[in-house]
Design a protein around this ligand. Structure first.
Ligand code: FES
Length: 280
């Protein structure tokens, strides 16, 4: 069993937890993920590792309450325990040799972008961080992202905090004003990553994206997490989750991400009826 060492709500939808998993904490690198299962009949849920402390054995995860499994996790408290917590899985983000990077996070994607920015910053890379949210209430990790970057640029869809607009507007503005990057790393909704990649492809800036498709086993066996990259099938759990954004077939990934939308809506309705889910 894996004990919850710390629980911290970051906004009404998003929660941070430190889980005691020393074997993962001693090996985890930015960009890798875990799969948890709360109990014998629980769903297997992949979550990116937001941080790891080898001294305390803490592995930090950040999740949004969007369905049954994450809502059940959110109902647990410090001192409670999770049945399975497996990792680190996936290939760490390639950060070696990057001198100047723009790290772009959208919504909960900032929870994944932040550890990548932190790792880049720690190795001496100059990082511009762009973080987009729907509104002020949903902003997370502002101080942490600021500490991991040379400059943090926050934008919101409704203009209630930071610049009004999308992350692509901010990135375009920085590039128009003369910023140059040897790598852009974009993590967030598929549609956001698609348009960041369109922008950087025009400007020939190598761009990494972190794909988050449906996963089951997380070990390359089931094929659920397949993504088409450069015309070839790749598995996000073992080949990724990071891929060259200019080669990813985003339209296919968007179609596949909606495959279980009716079932997810039905499950969310059942949870709402039981008062177990907010903002589904
Ligand atoms: Fe099964 Fe990736 S989750 S192959």
């Amino acid at each position: 069993m894996y004990e919850i060492m710390r629980k911290l709500p970051l906004n009404p939808e998003v929660t941070l937890m430190d889980i005691h998993a020393p074997h993962i904490a001693s090996k985890a690198k930015a960009g890798q993920f875990i799969i948890y299962r709360l109990h014998e009949l629980g769903e297997r849920v992949p979550l990116t590792i937001a941080g790891a402390d080898a001294d305390t054995g803490a592995v930090t995860i950040i999740f949004q309450k969007v369905g049954r499994a994450t809502s059940e996790l959110d109902r647990l408290d410090e001192g409670d325990a999770i049945l399975d917590f497996v990792g680190p899985l996936g290939v760490p983000t390639h950060i070696e040799g990057i001198k100047k990077a723009a790290v772009v996070g959208g919504g909960l994607g900032c929870a994944i972008a932040w550890p990548v920015a932190k790792a880049l910053h720690a190795q001496g890379t100059e990082v511009d961080m762009i973080a987009g949210f729907r509104n002020r209430e949903l902003v997370i990790l502002e101080d942490e992202m600021r500490a991991a970057s040379k400059g943090l640029h926050i934008c919101t869809d409704d203009g209630s905090y930071g610049v009004k607009g999308l992350v692509t507007n901010v990135l375009n503005g920085l590039l128009e004003n003369g910023a140059s990057y040897d790598r852009v790393i974009a993590i967030g909704p598929l549609i956001m990553m698609k348009f960041v990649c369109k922008l950087t492809e025009e400007r020939k800036i190598p761009t990494l994206v972190s794909m988050n498709p449906i996963m089951v086993d997380g070990t390359g066996l089931c094929g659920c997490c397949r993504v088409t990259v450069g015309g070839s099938i790749r598995f996000a759990c073992v080949d990724g989750p990071d891929f060259d954004g200019h080669l990813v077939d985003f339209d296919e990934a968007i179609r596949r991400s909606r495959a279980y939308a009716p079932q997810e809506r039905e499950a969310a309705c059942r949870l709402l009826e039981r008062g177990a889910l907010v903002n589904a």
